[in-house]
Design a protein. Sequence first.
Length: 645
Amino acid sequence: MTAWKLAGYLVEQSEWHQPRFEHPPGKPATSTIHMLLQVVNHRERRRLTVRGSLDVVWREPVDATSPPTPESVSVSGLDVMQRTGEPAFSEVEATGEMASHHVFGPYPLNIESLLVYDLRGHGLPDIILGSQGLILRNQGGMRFSSEPLCPQPLALESGVIADFNGDGLPDLLGVSEHKLVLLPGTADGHFGPPQIAASLPPILHPQVITAGDIRGDGQLDALLAQYLGPYENGQMPTPYYDANDGDTFFLLRNDGHGQFTDATPGSGLEIKQRRRVFAASFLDLDGDGTMDLLLSSDFAGNDLFLGDGHGHFRDATTTLIDEPHTFGMAHTIADFDRDGHLDLYLVGMSSTTARRLEAMHVGLPAFPAYQRERPAMGYGNRMYLGQGPGKPFRLAPWSDQTARTGWSWGCVSPDFDNDGWPDLFIANGFVSAESSQDYCTTFWRHDIYTGSSRPDPGLNMFFNRDLPDFTKVSWNGYEHKVLYLNEPADDGGRAFINVAHLMGVGCEYDGRAVVAADFDGDGKVDLLVEERDLRNHQVLLHLYRNLWPGDNHWIGISLRESEQGAPVPGSVVTLRRGAERRVSCVITGDSFKSQQPAMVHFGLGGDSQVDAIDIRWGNGQQSHIDHPAADQLHAVVAPPISIHR
């Protein structure tokens, strides 16, 4: 170790998980501990990632107060990756006007949405912070200036940007003071004063708003979902693996002028209207040209509803995917295997504690279903591959490689290195406190069995008294961001390799919202990541510029609104090159509390030729570009509405 230090090596960060503990009668206790070491050598400009397992045999304690002491420790499965040179991502420093306006934090913890959109149609996306009433205007060259969101002071919670009133300008639909409001877009890329957009009960816990044309009439409808957190007022999600006991969500029908009515009754969504939803997206899941609905819900998992094009939906969860149960946080959609069909990456919580308890075969006997569902709930993320119109999604053969990233939140799937294959970035970590003592064991051994769906004043007093101070005690803390490169595998499939530390984005702060966008217009997709710092009660924004080496080609498509034009959300973009078909989509509500810009990016590798780009807009209308030039962004304006079902 001394020799390594003298050579300039430094363990910058580390991560430790104990998925197995056993103590058979008459034998010593043993543990398996998975380790991750992130090592740097600044002198040699070298970064290393060291992974492996520690097999520990514990010495029998003298008494109950004795600290655990290893008898022996052996290392297995050691894997070392290294890279020399500057990282591919460089964090943008807040200087000049950015620093004076605290553009990249700190903000109070009430920041509730991170929206990115090209409001002026200039090809450079802006950053919209609704809860701060700010637009961070993209000036190019990774420079931003701050401007008021609208003419009056306003704090918005969850929101979505799209053209809801048909005037060809992006509007902002959000929640302010428990009401759904519409901020109409202006020609200069701002928003007008808020207008009440619907007559609804008070919206207490807004989480996500997603947009889609559910009737094929060219009008953008919406779904507003809420998240009721555990412990609040003494209630707990019940059962913890299939909870449908939160605040209701609303399916909202648009009259074409940005006024909405509740269309949930009779829609077919009522059966799961009280999911504790974190993410929701309208998209065409079965290839019939109509908008379907994907929900990712905490304490339940993923629900898939097929739409009929007339505002009605059918629950098809069990026929489309084989395991929906997880702590659903977010999802991202891409063509990961490049077969011309959209695939699903569904993000959950990978729980070391759940795996450890499962290996020990322990749990309260009075709750057999709780133990039965524990492996699925604690498994983590899942990747499902699309097989074509009308066919179910199948679990990817390599899904295990991308499953255990930690307590995951925002996720995105751009092609970071422009090699032609979508990659993955996931933000992880719940609460990193002053101590690494972890509350997760208490949650799994106690909290899931406690309480019910109903508020309970007595339990509320108990929770307020016994929940730890999360500035002192962690809960799945110090988990690192993950960047999976989508690479060919020896068996002919795909391998997803975590290069986050090697490329400069393996940070261990607690991540939440994530947006991937080309902020500087250089053809490489950058990263914007939100940090939640509960110890200091603030939110920070981290902007990472993509400086990936190499000269791979790319092509970008910016979908833009037009007056009474076809809707942008729900659009599918297909790239054609010879016999090859690659697809991407523009959806909302996918990554945790964030919105990606209405831009599609394809890496092309070393071949710059593209035969055609086909666009199927959100109501089914078609646009087409023959032989578009590579290495540039192409703006495509929505055609006038002509389809009515």
